[in-house]
Design a binder for this molecule. Structure first.
Ligand code: CO
Length: 153
């Protein structure tokens, strides 16, 4: 396991569309473990694979209120409602923004073993899923934010 470098806004890779994982192997497990360690070290709520420079449709979320989740080849099946809230990103250091997101999302994805699951998320969990999902399509929250400001944590 290893801590990977987190790519910062301005790097072209963050604007690329990630591709689906085709093989659920040891390499994927190692990648997920590295992402988990990297997220923990950075003290963030979520991390998409592209943020460590690899274009795979994989992201993880880890917060006190949601617990730890891994999403491989996710698809948002349904989104409803709306919420306005504060958002940050490990690839956009020192900044925060106000972003409108759905309040509920239903998502389908695979876990690290290749087992398909679906879950419905509300509130902050739904926000985190939408934020990470956008990374897979080269979208950053600053593209959607109503306002962005600088703030040190
Ligand atoms: Co982000």
């Amino acid at each position: 396991m290893a801590i990977r470098n987190i790519v910062q806004m301005g790097d072209d890779v963050l604007r690329k569309v990630s591709v689906e994982v085709e093989v659920f192997d040891k390499k994927l497990i190692d990648l997920l473990d590295d992402m988990k360690d990297t997220l923990k070290k950075a003290d963030g709520a979520g991390l998409a694979c592209v943020q460590i420079g690899l274009l795979k449709r994989v992201f993880i979320i880890d917060t006190k209120e949601t617990g730890y989740y891994e999403f491989v080849n996710p698809k948002i099946l349904f989104a409803s409602g709306s919420q306005l809230g504060k958002e940050g990103c490990l690839s956009v250091k020192g900044k925060w923004g106000k972003v409108k997101r759905p309040n509920t999302v239903k998502i389908e994805a695979f876990d690290r073993k290749g087992e398909k699951f679906t879950l419905t998320a509300h509130g902050f969990f739904a926000r985190a899923i939408c934020h990470e999902y956008d990374h897979l399509d080269g979208i950053l929250y600053v593209d959607k934010a109503l306002e962005v400001w600088e703030e040190r944590r």
